[in-house]
Design a protein around this ligand. Structure first.
Ligand SMILES: [Fe+2]
Ligand SMILES: [Fe+2]
Length: 483
């Protein structure tokens, strides 16, 4: 069953080219050339998305948009503008105003009709992809393609899983800018073909188009959900699976920006992280042993997420909401660095000049600016990002906040962040990094002592932790619960 799309555009020629392209991508198309017919079509049928030209006659695009808002506010709409100037003229409507209507994306003509594909797919769930894929029995031939390396996302061959029908094209790399497509979207998945490359040709990585990254994340996250529920699978395998999803998700968020559908996906990833720390009693073993867990193979953001959530889990007041909000904040905690000059990113703060350092310490605020507009990210997520370098003893930045004026969750992320740096920069295993922090008085004074205590517990078998009857008094939230 194909996904239905309504195209409303005054130009027959444009309708024709957009319809032909989308039909070739397996969509079912209804097209109209005026606003009245668009409303009638919307009244009579349900559509996955509407591609709506703002310059429609006989009921303008804005009128149709208002109609949609009244009658089906969850309808996805892609607004097509004849030129950017339409948006700039203040008597028409601004981009922000447009975004208040329905689930809106804006495209400005002229654009390649091909870009409709990624815009539409950006809103699709795994079920939608499955519905809309043209499947064929067996596999298509392998083809050599030339394509820029920048267009591809790389994944370890052992970390790649697929549904029965392959959701997107899968490649191996021949040399720079040259690839072989070994599986085509819609093919029946062939493990033999993958194994052939792994075993006979020692191929270590598979590649897929950046545009398909969302599908990769959706599928692997769904798989992770099932894996986490399975008691027979070791925690290390679960961590590896989530790392795989989270790493690709971070790449997606950094390239796509904080679009609602990207944030939505992040929330799903965080739900899995929550389930992992909540339900796996043997996670502590993975977190403390170096053999099972090679920190250099992980991205910084994912490790910070993993350790922050594991620390929160030790607090009595922890809940699904706190863990998920913190996980989301951790995935984006350094997103503000995107706005800093590239050469700064490879420098350690101690190696920076005064001017560089002054710029570097703005990254928490820059991060909040990036996500500010997003209504789906709540205030505590923003506060955690803003305060992730504030220290309990007042030596942090950007506000030199002190003591309980710092959000406990932000102070937890601060510790996890420092810990991950200690571990990776020093190339030491987690317990040694922990010791290194604990023997350094100055360092320990950066965190609320309750946090340090609970951090130590992350590495201890939960069965051996005796519940304290009275908790130290330096955390308001803890006191409330404990009394
Ligand atoms: Fe940071
Ligand atoms: Fe960081």
């Amino acid at each position: 069953m194909a996904l239905k799309i309504l195209i409303a555009d005054p130009s027959d020629k444009w309708i024709e080219s957009a319809s032909n392209f989308l039909k070739s991508e397996s969509y079912e198309i209804t097209s109209v050339s005026n606003g009245k017919d668009a409303q009638l079509a919307l009244y009579n049928d349900k559509f996955f998305a509407v591609i709506l030209n703002f310059d429609l006659q006989n009921h303008s695009g804005l009128q149709v948009l208002k109609f949609i808002q009244r009658n089906s506010p969850s309808q996805r709409v892609i607004v097509v503008l004849e030129s950017q100037s339409i948006i700039d003229e203040e008597e028409r409507t601004s981009e922000d105003q447009l975004k208040k209507y329905a689930m809106v994306e804006i495209l400005v003509k002229p654009f390649e009709v091909r870009s409709l594909k990624s815009v539409l797919e950006g809103h699709q769930s795994l079920g939608d992809y499955m519905k809309n894929i043209k499947t064929r029995e067996g596999q298509s031939d392998e083809v050599e393609v030339e394509n820029s390396d920048d267009d591809f996302t790389k994944v370890r061959i052992d970390d790649f899983y697929s549904s029965k029908a392959v959701l997107f094209d899968v490649f191996i790399k021949l040399k720079s800018n040259k690839y072989i497509k070994i599986l085509h979207a819609g093919d029946t998945f062939s493990k033999d073909r993958i194994d052939k490359y792994r075993n006979e040709k020692n191929v270590e990585h598979l590649y897929f188009h950046n545009l398909d990254r969302r599908k990769f994340i959706q599928y692997h996250n769904k798989l992770a959900t099932k894996l986490i529920d399975n008691k027979n699978i070791p925690a290390a395998a679960k961590v590896k699976m989530i790392r795989n999803v989270a790493d690709k998700y971070i790449q997606e968020a950094y390239t796509q920006g904080m679009k609602p559908q990207v944030v939505d996906q992040g929330k799903e990833v965080c739900e899995n992280i929550y389930n992992l720390v909540e339900n796996d009693k043997s996670l502590f073993k993975v977190l403390k042993s170096y053999e099972e867990f090679d920190p250099t193979a992980f991205t910084h953001a994912f490790l910070v997420t993993l350790f922050s959530t594991a620390i929160i889990k030790q607090f009595d007041w922890q809940s699904k909401t706190t863990i998920e909000a913190t996980a989301l904040a951790c995935l984006f905690h350094d997103i503000g660095k995107m706005k800093l000059p590239k050469e700064l990113l490879n420098k350690r703060p101690i190696d920076m000049t005064d001017d560089e350092y002054a710029l570097y310490i703005t990254h928490p605020q820059l991060g909040v600016e990036i996500i500010e507009e997003n209504r789906m990210i709540n205030n505590s997520v923003k506060q955690i990002i803003l305060q992730h370098h504030e220290n309990y003893d007042g030596t942090g930045f950007p506000f030199k906040k002190k003591g309980t004026s710092i959000l406990t969750l932000a102070n937890i992320v601060c510790l996890a962040n420092d810990f991950v740096h200690t571990m990776i920069d020093g190339e030491i295993d987690p317990p040694t990094a922990l010791k290194k922090i604990l023997i350094d008085r100055d360092q320990v004074s950066k965190y609320n002592s309750m946090i340090i205590e609970n951090f130590i517990k992350v590495f201890v078998d939960p069965a051996k932790i005796v519940k304290e009857t009275s908790l130290p008094s330096n955390s308001k939230i803890v006191n409330k619960k404990a009394s």
